[in-house]
Design a protein around this ligand. Structure first.
Ligand SMILES: *Cc1c(COP(=O)(O)O)cnc(C)c1O
Length: 401
């Protein structure tokens, strides 16, 4: 035989003995039920699968706050769901307005360009949410058929709080809105039907606290009509929404569905339904605000100010001289906690999505952050930070429930 068996280490010797606490910008920790479901394989076309798919769609309608009959699962990352939305609605020459707040929003623009779209990018400005006025102006000059926007820009930790108003002005201009809610769905309100969002995209591994690799896209009737009327045959086969509809609505074969991942997603959605959205939004708001208060209590500065600050992923400005990679490495090695850096700005990011929003995780993470910064020679007040976190958790009054 020409090739030798490679020298391979078993996973146990590569992975840490105790799993790291995943407090970065995703993937996030998953509940035990989600992990258990992910270990099961069933027939992808049988009666059991049909019942599970029906429930996944019913639960998705609740989580997306929609009556849409065009909710599809995608075997792939959040980016595959983004691409499914784009390539099914953007034809060569379609005018697209991309609201840009950072890495993921500009990825939507790049996908639309690759699909042949005539894309205008509207930069919201560093650290700023998009304003309704700027969108009105951009719609007037570019006259787009499709507008892309992120609800929460994970990379820059910016929150597009004007999304409902932007959807209204887009609808008046007869323009479809594609909204990326990968990090925000189920962590804060997003009312697909009431706000008039035409396409909502989400991944598994962030707000929903499921596994990476199975994602969801919900299309409005208005968006679906465009897809049904399309005469062109898409070059993409896996991401063709009309073909995917065959599996999600007619129990027939498109490709072998990622059964284990769908079971995991079922469990993640079921836990959302069991908790209910208002209680889940309150849990997220309480934890994220308390974490932010704790970070300021340490003496560190938050990256984004005011209403543009995203709660699902919190950006922290690092003091002059403290490198994000050194801090992250220290936190990981000495405290078993993973947080994220960022491209460009010298910030670190702590996620507040799904299972990350638990008080005990916050104490461990804030302590790890403060103690590591102190060990690396920076003045931070760890006890003051932890006390501020505790007080803020205690003082929270529910907003949604
Ligand atoms: C993570 C993320 C994505 C991409 O998801 P992948 O699963 O990495 O492809 C897209 N948009 C936002 C807002 C995200 O946070």
């Amino acid at each position: 035989m020409p090739y030798n068996v490679p020298d391979i280490e078993p996973l146990e010797s590569i992975l840490p003995d105790e799993p790291l606490l995943m407090m970065g910008a995703g993937p996030v920790p998953i509940p035990a039920r989600v992990a258990a479901a992910n270990g099961i394989v069933i027939n992808h076309l049988g009666e059991t699968m049909a019942r599970i798919i029906d429930q996944v769609k019913a639960m998705s309608r609740y989580v997306f706050q929609t009556e849409s009959r065009h909710i599809l699962g995608v075997a792939g990352p959040g980016s595959a769901a983004m691409e499914m939305a784009i390539i099914n609605l953007v034809d060569p020459g379609t005018r697209v307005l991309t609201v840009n707040n950072g890495f993921f929003s500009s990825r939507l623009g790049e996908m639309a360009r690759r699909a042949g779209g005539d894309v205008m990018e509207m930069d919201a400005g560093v650290g700023c949410a998009a304003s309704e006025e700027d969108v009105i102006e951009a719609i007037r000059t570019h006259r787009p058929r499709v507008l892309t926007i992120v609800q929460g820009e994970t990379s820059s930790t910016v929150f597009n709080h004007a999304l409902p108003a932007i959807c209204r002005v887009a609808a008046e201009a007869n323009c479809l809105v594609i909204c990326d809610a990968v990090c925000t769905l189920s962590t804060m309100p997003l009312e697909m039907d009431a706000w008039g969002v035409d396409v909502v995209i989400t991944g598994g591994q962030k707000g929903l606290s499921s596994i990476p690799g199975v994602s969801l896209v919900a299309f409005s009737d208005r968006a679906w009509e465009v897809i049904e009327r399309r005469e062109r045959t898409l070059t993409h086969w896996c991401l063709d929404a009309r073909l995917a509809h065959q599996f999600w609505y007619n129990k027939s074969y498109h490709y072998t569905a990622p059964v284990s991942g769908i079971l995991a997603l079922h469990e993640a959605l079921r836990l959302v339904c069991q908790e209910t959205l208002p209680k889940r939004f309150d849990r997220h708001l309480r934890c994220s605000r308390a974490l932010q208060t704790g970070i300021e209590g340490l003496g560190l500065e938050l990256y984004i100010e005011g209403p543009s600050r995203l709660n699902s992923v919190v950006g922290i400005h690092l003091p002059e001289g403290l490198a994000q990679t050194d801090l992250m490495q220290h936190i990981s090695r000495h405290h078993g906690v993973e947080i994220s850096g960022a491209f460009g700005a010298n910030i670190v990011r702590i996620g507040q999505m799904g299972e990350q929003c638990r008080a005990h995780h916050l104490f461990r993470t804030l302590h790890a952050l403060g103690a590591s910064a102190r060990t690396l020679g920076y003045q931070v007040d760890v006890p003051a930070g932890v006390a501020a976190l505790e007080k803020a958790l205690e003082r929270y009054t529910p907003v949604y429930a």
